[in-house]
Design a protein around this ligand. Structure first.
Ligand code: COA
Length: 471
């Protein structure tokens, strides 16, 4: 049969395709901008026909319908990256969560979760009968090699990307043609704080470096500061719209890479039409499965690899928490440790953890004496090198515990420094700073306390009084 005949023989409606799913099955579905919503909707509408089916997916930009109360007994959801739509369900126990480094997720799904069915989204076939996994090659492409049933939503909005992102129509069980725009991850405005963080990060980036950037305000702020750099490379698990201008202007040209010279290497893309249009039919971008892109030894093959990731909390030892807030699962480790380690192993490489110094509208410090009880360490202190806030850069590798703590206090928000200095004193039985050193910070500390909300202000004044009383 020609590929067209094969394709047409497999073309069915979503309702017909999902009849291949049996009670008790494990099903893996594509994530984020490649989530096969068209087929998922059919499953949700027909949920009463199914018993004990487990859906596994990484990040969903939808509403995680599998966690709704009426789904009980029909579907359960095994989430690999918590999001707005399922955080509450995870803490309430109605959504499962599996933790893993991103580069290991293809192996975890294949050999530990063992799904029988895969549901993915692909582009329409080309003239040779190949479809592309487009924006989400990550763990999805691999499932077509081992799942017994592979159902693909064919969507004309899915960009056609190159690299290891294509498969022939014969590798699928069913195709369901549903065209719908991909969910867009639009850029949010970069805040002043993010801009300052971006400037500090950019000061650690040299011409010719190869970058890993995530998505969100901080990576976009970093991109906004890189316009004057030359010959940058990009090897990243995922990117957003922020990199498109740098790619189009040739600031990122990948010319200095040791591997994949001249090519941008990605595992996934979460952006808007701007990014999707850039990716479509673009031979300068290679999308690969995540066990390749995020493998630390693969990352390290490029010299001067710089990883930039964000976090929620850092303690005075440099332990980094990025995916939990106390007992609550907030996101997941994703590729943070993969890239921190890959960048560290790369010749001339550097890893950066960047975050605003405070959270909850300035009410709490992200730099803390002790990690919040119940939180999980995402990146161990021995892996962490540069930590950046809007107040500067703390370089931790090769530094003593006291030096680490002092460097971190100096990039914390001034209003929380007295508390951190008191905790430093408790831990190390000495003052963090000499009287003279403290004097240079006092005006900044007092001013920041005075501009704080009343309830917090009195607590901070108390901390400062205690510190000065003993110092
Ligand atoms: N304690 C309590 N709440 C905290 C907190 C802390 N220490 N730190 C942040 N928060 C709150 C914030 O205030 C905010 O809540 P609000 O909106 O109600 O104010 C919320 O948690 C999110 O914080 P924010 O810093 O805005 O998150 P973000 O969207 O920038 O994402 C990470 C930051 C760390 C969660 C995200 O980068 C991540 O999941 N990283 C791990 C995965 C990874 O690094 N992958 C590799 C590259 S993509």
């Amino acid at each position: 049969m020609s590929w067209k005949e094969i394709y047409e023989s497999k073309l069915v409606t979503a309702e017909e395709a999902i009849k291949a799913i049996n009670d008790g099955d494990k099903v893996v579905t594509g994530m984020a901008c490649g989530e096969p919503f068209g087929i998922e909707r059919a499953l949700v509408e027909n949920y009463k026909n199914y018993k004990d089916v487990q859906i596994t997916s990484m990040l969903t930009l939808g509403d995680s319908p599998w966690c709704r109360p009426e789904m009980k007994g029909h579907f359960t959801f095994n989430c690999l990256f918590a999001s707005q739509s399922n955080r509450k369900a995870i803490s309430e126990g109605t959504c499962e969560f599996t933790t893993s480094h991103f580069y290991e997720i293809p192996d975890v799904i294949k050999n530990y979760i063992c799904p029988r069915v895969s549901i993915v989204m692909v582009s329409p076939p080309d003239e040779h009968g190949y479809v592309s996994f487009g924006t989400t090659v990550d763990y999805t492409r691999g499932t077509t090699d081992y799942c017994e049933i592979v159902i693909a939503q064919v969507n004309k909005y899915m960009p056609r990307t190159f690299g290891n992102s294509i498969k022939h129509v014969r590798d699928f069980t069913y195709f369901v043609e549903i065209d719908e725009p991909l969910p867009a991850v639009n850029d949010v405005e970069i805040s002043d704080i993010e801009m300052k963080i971006g400037k500090h990060c950019a000061s650690l980036i040299n011409d010719g470096d190869c970058l890993q950037l995530g998505i969100g305000g901080i990576p976009n702020a970093v991109c906004a500061q890189l316009g004057d750099k030359k010959d940058l490379g990009l090897h990243s698990e995922l990117v957003g719209d922020g990199v498109v201008d740098l790619l189009e202007k040739g600031v990122i040209n990948n010319n200095k890479k040791q591997i994949n010279k001249g090519k941008t290497v990605l595992g996934a893309a979460f952006g808007s039409e701007k990014l999707n249009n850039y990716l479509n039919n673009n031979p300068s971008v290679e999308m690969h499965p995540i066990d390749h892109v995020n493998n630390p030894s693969e990352i390290a093959k490029n010299d001067n690899m710089v990883s930039i990731n964000s976090c929620l909390q850092v303690d005075l030892l440099g332990q980094v928490v990025s995916d939990t807030v106390g007992l609550n699962q907030f996101s997941a480790v994703g590729g943070q440790v993969d890239f921190v380690r890959g960048a560290t192993m790369s010749r001339g490489g550097r890893s950066i953890i960047a975050m605003p110094s405070t959270a909850k509208r300035g009410m709490i410090s992200r730099i803390v004496p002790l990690i919040t009880e119940g939180s999980a360490i995402t990146t161990p202190r021995n892996d962490v090198n540069f930590v950046v806030t809007e107040y500067g850069i703390a370089q931790l590798k090769g530094r003593t515990l006291k030096e680490r703590a002092k460097a971190l206090i100096l990039i914390s928000h001034p209003k929380f420094r007295p508390h951190l200095m008191l905790e430093y004193r408790k831990r190390f039985n000495e003052e963090a700073f000499t009287k003279e050193e403290l004097k240079t910070q006092l005006d900044e500390i007092k001013e920041s306390i005075n501009t704080t909300a009343d309830d917090l202000r009195s607590r901070l004044h108390e901390d400062l009084k205690n510190l000065l009383h003993h110092n």
